[in-house]
Write a protein that binds this ligand. Structure first.
Ligand code: PLP
Length: 384
């Protein structure tokens, strides 16, 4: 059948249809190979169609694909135990997307505030934050251009500037239940919070008796060279959200919380596909691989290598800063030509992304090779 575009318009897509993927490579209908440094927006932790995921899917598909979330299933229990052990947070709720996990985090923080802090419901959030595209998560986000979109927004979010502990302190009052942030703001252009700020924020939230919620949907599951980005600074949140890389490409996300913050009562949280055995079996296999001894050290090494190579390119071409951690990196271009470079890179069969007009973002598979990094740089040079 001749394909017509019956898809609802949500974004301008290039006139390409991908039919196959393997590792860092994607193939279109014509059989042309594209080097993929987008990887589903930092999702395909192990690259395209890894054997480990195919095997986990096939094995689980012969056993059990779906039961109601009203019942236990084996992969759901196994994977929850693995995440709890890795994070030090005792309770896990599975969701289907990052935004849904964040909605759950917002609800959980509000419920905790209702129960433990006299009805406190406000959440302190940050400028330029990105927490998703549902109404509450858009309301929590500080993305430019969203201020007046889909009004009225969900109330109860107080926005402060990045890295200002004073502003957070001033914003926290008797109605505050939590502070919520991404340790590195990915969609804002890979902008990290300062390590000292994160440590002081952990102290402050403890001192003032409010919850710390970390959105590690982009930074979690090895992306920054540690399983969770908060490990770099030696803190632990009360509530944590994971998505993207947690399923390696299947729709899966998670909301984790300490025992103290796990205050949902029966009927307050749920959803048809939550904890689905097919998805959790795959997530469990992916995270087991990322947790394998040596895997994260390799991510950190390749991250350092990619950053050094990008810095050399930047120096040579008089571009700007290279920032980020592990394999979540951005290169400032100095001028708002991100979209143009992305288009030229596409012509050179390289997929990269420009989250802000003057910067490029690199989020390859966590098992990307040095040769692939070199090939990416060669194509990027020609695109520049
Ligand atoms: N939070 C962060 C930090 C993200 O980067 C994203 C997606 O880019 C989301 C939340 C939303 O996740 P999803 O698109 O799976 O709903």
């Amino acid at each position: 059948m001749q394909a017509v575009d019956s898809l609802m318009f949500i974004t301008q897509r290039p006139d390409l249809t991908f039919v196959r993927g393997e590792g860092s490579w994607l193939y279109d209908r014509a059989g042309d190979a594209y080097l993929d440094f987008v990887q589903g927006w930092a999702v395909n932790a192990l690259g395209h169609t890894p054997a480990l995921m195919r095997e986990a899917l096939a094995a689980q598909a012969t056993q059990l694909i779906n039961v109601s979330p009203a019942y236990y299933n084996e992969p759901m229990r196994r994977f929850a135990a693995r995440l709890a052990a890795l994070s030090g947070l005792e309770r896990v709720f599975f969701a289907n997307s990052g935004a849904e996990a964040n909605e759950g985090a917002i609800k959980l923080a509000r419920k905790w505030g209702a129960r433990e802090r006299g009805g406190a419901h406000e959440i302190v959030v940050f400028e330029d934050a990105f927490h998703g595209r549902t109404l509450a998560t858009m309301s929590a986000s500080g993305k430019a251009g969203w201020e007046r979109l889909f009004e009225p927004k969900v109330p109860g979010f107080v926005r402060v500037p990045r890295d200002s502990l004073d502003a957070v302190r001033r914003a926290i009052g008797p109605r505050t239940c939590a502070v919520m942030l991404e340790p590195i703001q990915g969609e804002a252009g890979v902008v990290p919070f300062q390590d000292t700020f994160l440590r002081q924020l952990r102290e402050l939230t403890r001192e003032l008796g409010v919850l710390l919620v970390l959105d590690e949907i982009q930074t979690g599951i090895g992306r920054t060279g540690r399983m969770f980005c908060y490990e770099h600074v030696g803190i632990r949140p009360d509530i944590l959200t994971l998505g993207k890389g947690i399923g390696g490409g299947v729709p899966l996300a998670a909301l984790l919380a300490s025992e103290r913050a796990s205050v949902f009562q029966a009927g307050e949280q749920g959803g048809t596909f939550n904890g689905n055995p097919l998805m959790t079996a795959v997530g469990d296999a992916v995270v087991a691989e990322v947790a394998r001894p040596g895997f994260l050290a390799q991510v950190a090494e390749n991250g350092t290598y990619l950053a050094e190579r990008l810095r050399a390119l930047s120096a040579k071409r008089s571009l700007g800063e290279v920032r980020g951690r592990g394999l979540l990196l951005a290169l400032e271009l100095g001028r708002p030509r991100g979209a143009e470079v992305v288009q030229r890179a596409l012509e050179a069969r390289l997929l990269i992304n420009s989250p802000r007009a003057a910067c490029l973002r690199f989020m390859p598979a966590l098992n990307v090779t040095r040769d692939e990094i070199e090939e990416m740089l060669a194509r990027l040079r020609s695109a520049l």
